[in-house]
Design a protein around this ligand. Structure first.
Ligand code: PLP
Length: 407
């Protein structure tokens, strides 16, 4: 085949050849450094999207780049038919953070959650004395988002995500987030697990309350259910602690993580507590790419930098003044900004109007942010965003809100 020598723009190539399943911004990004990205016209932006909470260290952190370059020149992939030192070391680090247990590696948030759902099925089978199909229900939360695979989508009670794909995986039932009684009422002898995001992300940044999580832990203990936490978006430091649940004094039975873990390299993982981890035996579950030397080298670099640069402390501390500034926007723009929600560097700005024109105006003004839910835009800066960059984001938002016509 002959190669075309005509240079085609990225926009034209996307139009002609890429599937149309995303509503993309009209922007082609070509370079990144720290909290900044550049488009193909040379314009730079403050990136508070972070690839949807992925670029934990910002773009091209030198220690991360060095680790990935070194590993790429040494060994990239061997499959899980063999051991590799990085996977063992990363599992040790995750266990050190989460508690006694074991880790399974995969490649994305949806895959991590799919693994949790399969774990719940195996737990249910054990609970039912080894009988399959007797105990399989998982209680999730309304407005949850757990991914686009069949399991994750079935656990995601949103019409826009499920529409067109029936029949879904059976066994998912839904309570009201932060309403313990609504979860308790759904428990029966067929229930195997409770599965929630510690902070709901995609639907507009809604944290679980301590009371709710403590109550869920108690319900799970009393009814022998697994408590599964989806920390795909809120985990790996984004909330100001390594896992968001650490702020609530509870311990889950299993955690799903991805996004920030690889700092841009695709990786997902589940941590499962001792005893429950034995539910996975050879053949129960697997993936070709999970835990490659390269992906694990990237994740180890993320963990090293978080530690070395004290990023958990930074997020916890810097977010206090930032949040206070952001909350000031509610009073400053009544009728335009309804609420500011979230913790750490995972903030939702709830508007009185459609956020799409605001997001476009922010982009024009040099700030990239993603939408969430119906009327929210999110602020997801890298964990090492500076106090000045956080303050700059508020200044840009203020400018855009000022110019926004009253709702
Ligand atoms: N769970 C949560 C809480 C998420 O926010 C996401 C993605 O946004 C997922 C699961 C799915 O992760 P992925 O897109 O990596 O499959």
């Amino acid at each position: 085949m002959t190669q075309s020598i005509v240079r085609t723009s990225a926009a034209e190539l996307y139009d002609a050849h890429v599937m149309k399943n995303y509503a993309r911004a009209p922007l082609t990004l070509v370079r990144g450094s720290g909290t900044r990205v550049w488009d193909d016209t040379g314009k730079s932006y403050l990136d508070f999207t972070s690839g949807i909470a992925v670029s934990a260290l910002g773009h091209c952190h030198p220690q991360w780049v060095a680790a990935v370059q070194r590993q790429a020149g040494e060994l990239i992939h061997v499959s899980n038919l063999f051991r590799n030192p990085n996977q063992g070391e990363l599992a040790r680090r995750i266990v050190g953070q989460a508690g006694a247990g074991r880790v399974f590696f995969c490649n994305s948030g949806a895959e991590a959650n799919e693994s949790l759902i399969k774990l719940a099925r195996l737990h249910g089978k054990k609970k039912a004395g080894g009988e399959e199909g007797k105990c399989y229900k998982i209680i999730c939360a309304k407005h949850a988002f757990h991914g686009r695979t069949f399991g994750g989508m079935s656990a995601t009670p949103q019409e826009k995500i499920q529409k067109g794909f029936a029949p879904l995986v059976p066994g998912f039932v839904f309570g009201e987030l932060n309403n313990l009684r609504s979860f308790e009422e759904l428990i029966d002898e067929q229930t195997a697990a409770i599965f929630v995001e510690t902070i709901q992300g995609e639907s507009g940044i809604t944290p679980c309350t301590t009371e709710f999580l403590v109550g869920l832990r108690d319900l799970c203990n009393r009814h022998k259910l697994l408590l599964l936490l989806d920390e795909v978006q809120c985990g790996v430091g984004r909330s100001g602690t390594f896992y968001a649940f650490e702020q609530h004094g509870i311990q889950p039975d299993a955690i799903g993580m991805a996004k920030g873990l690889g700092g841009g390299m695709p990786i997902g993982a589940i941590w499962v507590r001792e005893n429950a981890a034995e539910l996975f035996q050879p053949g129960s579950h697997g993936t070709t790419f999970g835990g490659t030397p390269l992906a694990c080298a990237a994740a180890l670099a993320v963990l090293d930098v978080i530690e070395k640069e004290q990023l958990l402390e930074h997020v916890a501390k810097a977010s206090v003044a930032w949040l206070q500034n952001l909350r000031g926007l509610v009073a400053e723009f009544p009728g335009k900004v309804l609420a500011i929600r979230g913790t750490g560097f995972m903030i939702g700005v709830q508007l009185a109007s459609d956020p799409a024109p605001v997001i476009a105006a922010l982009r024009e003004a040099g700030l990239l942010v993603p939408a969430a839910g119906n009327n929210v835009f999110r602020l997801l800066p890298p964990l090492n965003a500076t106090v000045e960059e956080l303050a700059k984001s508020v200044e840009i938002i203020r400018g855009v809100l000022r110019a926004l016509p009253a709702a």
